[in-house]
Design a protein around this ligand. Sequence first.
Ligand code: FMN
Length: 217
Amino acid sequence: MEEDETDFSEEEEQPQLDSMSLRMTAANALIRRRRTIKPADLDVKPVENLHLATILENANWAPTHGKTEPWRFFVFSGAGRQRLADFMQSLYKKIIPEDEQRPDKIEKLGTVPLLAPVVIAIGMKRQEIEKIPEIEELEAVACAVQNMHLTASALGMAGFWSSPPIVYSDEMREWIGLKDPRDKCLGLFYLGWPREDLEWPEGSRGDIVDKVTFINE
Ligand SMILES: Cc1cc2nc3c(=O)[nH]c(=O)nc-3n(C[C@H](O)[C@H](O)[C@H](O)COP(=O)(O)O)c2cc1C
């Protein structure tokens, strides 16, 4: 074939390969570098609405059996965090038997929510007809939280899914606004910016080989 300036077939293949490896590099880094960063390691910098909107929008793209989309988020910021902290403290004192209460826990419940600019209470709204098993609704919410955490990481932000036992109480569920006893609160997601001098924590995992069984005959 004569040299034909319109034949770009070879050049076309190369960028496709490149973009695939770029996507994989980005995906691997995002998934493996996502870390839990606790409120004590956050900066005072606020979370911009645009960032928050992107994080919530991506949560909404989680997979969901039967398209029930059971995730519900209750976003506390500003003075809302003080209300959350006050409630968590009073809930702890109400639920935990007096002789088991720990002053350091009470103190933490009242102060930690104020260390993050945004605290998101994570909820699961049970499907009215209960066609989808509850466990799958819980799994879908966990997927939504992971989407949130990965998006926060991609933005350079810090996240932490916290689940002190009191979050699973009916009082907590009702207080965040889930009135149906079949609904659930699954914890709090702390969101903010890591402090500038924070050394990004190293993650560690056991070998995947120990967690996979291949069945091929
Ligand atoms: C459903 C769920 C609940 C969690 N609750 C807590 C918690 O209450 N306290 C805590 O310190 N970490 C909690 N974590 C975060 C784990 O400690 C953290 O994911 C784990 O240490 C691995 O660290 P990494 O997220 O940086 O990979 C929770 C994680 C999940 C998925």
